[in-house]
Design a protein. Sequence first.
Length: 740
Amino acid sequence: MQLTDLNGKQREAAETVQGPVLILAGAGSGKTRALTYRIAHLVEHHHVYPENILALTFTNKAAAEMRNRVEKLIEGNVRSLWMGTFHSICARLLRQDIERLGYQRNYTIYDGSDQLALMKRVVRTDLNLNEKKYDPKSMIHYVSSQKNLFILPVQALKAAEGRYAEEIKAKIYEAYQKRLKESNALDFDDLIILTLRLFNECPEVLERYQERFQYIHVDEYQDTNHAQYLLVKKLAAAHHNLCVVGDDDQSIYGWRGADIRNILDFEVDFPEAKVIKLEQNYRSSNTILSAANDVISNNKGRKDKRLWTEKEDGAKISLYSADNEQDEALYIAHQIERVREDSDHAYQDFAILYRTNSQSRVLEDALRKKHFPYRIVGGLKFYDRKEVKDIVAYLKVLVNPKDDVSLRRIINVPKRGIGDRTVELLLAFAQEHDLSMVNAIKRVDEVNGLTNSARTRLAQFAELIGKFRTYMETESLLECYNRVIQESDYIPHLERENSVEADARIDNIYEFSSVIKEYESAAEEASLMDFLSSVALLSDLDKAAEGDVDQNDKITLMTLHSSKGLEFPIVFLSGMEEGMFPMSRSVQSEEDLEEERRLCYVGITRAEKALYLTHTDVRMLYGRHTNNMVSRFVKEIPVKYIELANPNKKERLPEKTEQTRRKTVFDDLEVFKSINRETKQSKPVDDKHYKAGQKVRHKSWGVGTIVSAQPKGQDTMLTIAFDQEGIKKLLQSFAPIEKI
């Protein structure tokens, strides 16, 4: 092993082995290289036994890569090296001493489904609580957040005194932990907090590991939560040989408990710490790095550093202003096609990044039209997502009641008390009498073995499907869809769940309404049957396109969060608009806005050779059109780094004089001068104003009178009394009505 293989700062990091060290490693600066050389240097040159070295990572993949690199560097077996994720190392420690906490060593670790089953038992049976009010999934998120802060049940109960709802949640936490212990089981968060408890309650155990771990390394330190921070600090208290590696500019997981203050305050915790900055980037062109530096410099809560490279300036950053999301997606697909024709780039050289998974649908459609192979990272393809398949199944049953496969998928989704046993009995009856399941339900009184309550629930489900079929015959496709997702209880059920995952699924369901709107606007005679056929053909085309090429050679689509740690020659950042990125809710606090900016920095620094930014003037998202302002993050990039892809659409760039050196693309455009740092809700494109007393005509229900027009989010809820149909409530942007 030769330290001369490292650059000056990397070598300094490898050779500084005594005392606390903070390695601020910018994007693409070779942090893993510096860390592995440091560990190898300790073993080879300082003759430290591998078992006295601890290295903590966040993924098993990172730990395996680090171990392999160290093994190659010292050409020896490093099996005794303590290297792994926080959770795996804590599990190893607990196997030795967990009996001191009243558990047995053969404990099991519960996964997400196990946790949910246990939490349901606690809420329903143990505490006899209303599941709608104390949704089990939401309670799991609550418990996890408490554990991330190392707040035990007794502390949660004390903090909640006098606040009824918080007291109930704390009691749920207490009962959940009791059930876990009775089952001799731990969830993932327990691995950390029980190790902390062990150290607090058994000082001799802590002393043993403090003595063993003479040199401690932590990768991705900016992603640690409070409990992990406490764990590291306790272990390092004896020798103080703690080396943490991270980048505060890439701290993007605050929503799941990561605390950026851990890395920002490292020198407060360890005043004698040496800070080493890895600022030389080996990934991106100088232009891309300079743009990233200027964007992130607007954050106040950060360590001062600026990435640089020996690479050439490279191409300017291309900025495309699209008319709408279809224009944006087609532009991206066209650019991929053009670049491939003009160079030897493979499909796998391209990545399309976006803020939320729901944005992928239009992008996928554009790539399918070009027969381009692609893969979704960090999420399923839009039409393969469970919530989309569920809703499509509802629509299929309306068109074809004999579709038993679709009916079986939705009969108890969301849960309506129709269990597997009931479905089995119903299916057996249907097969015996050569009936579809829908027709079997109509004869539910003849099905042997069913309880009265099961018969009632099946009859209610049949009534629901019958009502939906009436909507299909009397309303527009979009109106029918909106009724299905609400009256089936699908959307309300997810809203009650109140979790990050549920919010993402709701976004995808509303995004599907955009698919319907596009179909209705293009079809001469829209029908649900033809629409479902078009969706099915899209899926077949997707499979056919992938069959013609190397399965590994695909364009990558992913969220910005999923892209961290990856790199691609050519990157597209789509949806660079206020309200989309940064997301509208994030601008309500400086802390959240700075995390969004760090996410933008991560996205920019994924690009090696070329970076494309795209935004739309108008975007239909979740079935609603919005007018968009360009993202403030685009505004923060100096004009000299940007080239407009469609310059005739906007005013020309300002002259590149010394006076305008720091001016940005939109400084001279009046519409962009007042980008506000507060939330700006976009207004629907539909500018028709309705008020009580007005007469309107519905294309299916005829003439009616508006009873009231009440604001609902960014839309307006109209209550209309129709002459023939009675009173109906419709959202203005979806209602096929016109003034009389």
